[in-house]
Ligand binder design. Structure first.
Ligand SMILES: Nc1ncnc2c1ncn2[C@@H]1O[C@H](COP(=O)(O)OP(=O)(O)OP(=O)(O)O)[C@@H](O)[C@H]1O
Ligand code: SF4
Ligand SMILES: [Mg+2]
Length: 351
């Protein structure tokens, strides 16, 4: 197993709804190594955004409750930090975010330059550099002129790096004056500017045309590699995962089911749900083979493995408690009592 630099353990998150308490994350485990690109994959409603928002510390305060778990990030439990500390020192600095919809991410009334420089004012890597800070400036909350100049140069370089031509002209524009693809390039630039260790990209290309999607994903992967930045990438698309991720974690109805390196995942899927998911991809011979049955409601969700009502391999214990996470190959974890392609035991091999 690679060093875990983000390590989520036994995370439980629920939401109060009019229909009752929805247990949206049920003792979820998830990890990322430094510089690794990990795909968090699952059908709509399985809890991808909730996990991303819990790590970022932006769950809705009035309805969400974290009842268990730890989120170790670079040696510290983020769940023990105050919201002020998360906002000042973690979110937008060491962990940044690329949203799904580049159309609603900018404020329409300010130029792009104004909005990016406001980000740099608070989140620039030079913010605490003694070269640019003096006590009077701190008291008056001034954006020091020398730092502004250095930050501005960094912004121009970053825009060139995300392949936006004529960066000065882009900065002078209003958000509606650039295309969706350009806005998402701007979002990638803004996510990289604070020099983060982890970027959380929540379905960053689903709002874009297919041809633009591929370009943006390639760019994101290349930049993350160059900078050694880790990415948590949520998606419901296994094809995209295969193309850009190093590792995959599959979720179903608020539970993580299988986590593996991309190669092991696609060649030796071992969780019954994962296998069905891969079989359900359209192929030339069979077309799409759906999984019979429905995803269970998260309000009064069934105990045990939430896939048990649809699983061909289910036995009594599956509907009582969740299986422990078991390593069945190098960096390949499965939470199942009966993984499908586990190595044979000696008794099975002899029979
Ligand atoms: N603020 C909220 N209040 C109540 N329920 C919520 C809230 N946010 C999310 N949920 C519920 O939590 C579950 C998981 O939602 P989430 O958005 O995390 O799923 P997702 O995997 O990101 O789905 P998608 O692929 O559609 O983005 C869903 O059942 C959703 O209805
Ligand atoms: S065998 Fe049991 S634990 Fe494994 S996927 Fe099926 S129901 Fe879940
Ligand atoms: Mg989502």
């Amino acid at each position: 197993m690679t060093t875990k630099f983000l390590d989520v353990r036994d995370l439980e998150v629920s939401f109060a709804t009019d229909q009752g308490i929805a247990r949206v994350l049920d003792k979820v485990n998830f990890s990322i190594g430094p510089g690794e690109i990990v795909g968090l994959v699952g059908e709509s409603g399985c809890g991808k955004t909730t996990l991303a928002r819990t790590i970022l510390g932006v769950l809705p305060e009035n309805s969400a409750r974290i009842s268990n778990g730890v989120i170790n990030f670079d040696g510290e439990d983020l769940l023990q930090k105050s919201s002020e500390e998360l906002s000042a020192n973690i979110r937008g600095r060491v962990i940044t975010f690329i949203p799904q919809d580049p159309f609603t991410s900018f404020n329409p009334v300010f130029t792009i330059g104004t909005q990016i420089m406001e980000l740099m004012r608070w989140k620039s890597p030079r913010r605490d550099d003694p070269q640019y800070v003096n006590s009077l400036g701190k008291i008056l909350n001034i954006y020091p002129r020398a730092r502004y100049k250095a930050d501005y140069q960094q912004v121009l370089e970053q825009l060139r790096e995300v392949q936006l031509p004529e960066p000065e002209a882009v900065l002078a524009k209003y958000p509606h004056e650039v295309s969706g693809g350009q806005r998402q390039r701007l979002m990638i630039a803004m996510a990289l500017l604070p020099d983060p260790k982890l970027i959380i990209a929540d379905e960053p290309t689903t709002a874009l045309d297919v041809t633009i999607q591929a370009q943006i994903l390639k760019l994101l992967r290349q930049l993350a590699r160059d900078r050694n930045v880790a990415i948590l990438f949520t998606t419901h698309d296994l094809g995209t995962t295969y193309e850009i991720c190093d590792r995959v974690t599959v979720m179903y109805a608020g539970q993580e089911m299988e986590a593996a390196l991309v190669d092991g995942f696609f060649n030796r899927p071992s969780h019954p749900y994962t296998k069905r998911l891969l079989e359900s991809l359209p192929n030339q011979e069979h077309g799409i083979e759906g999984i019979p049955g429905d995803i269970p409601s998260l309000i009064n969700a069934p105990p045990g493995c939430r896939f048990h009502q649809r699983c061909d391999y289910a036995t009594g214990e599956c509907s009582v408690s969740r299986a422990a996470s078991t390593e069945i190959g190098t960096d390949h974890m499965v939470r199942c009592y009966h993984p499908v392609s586990r190595p044979k035991t000696q008794t099975e091999a002899a029979s």
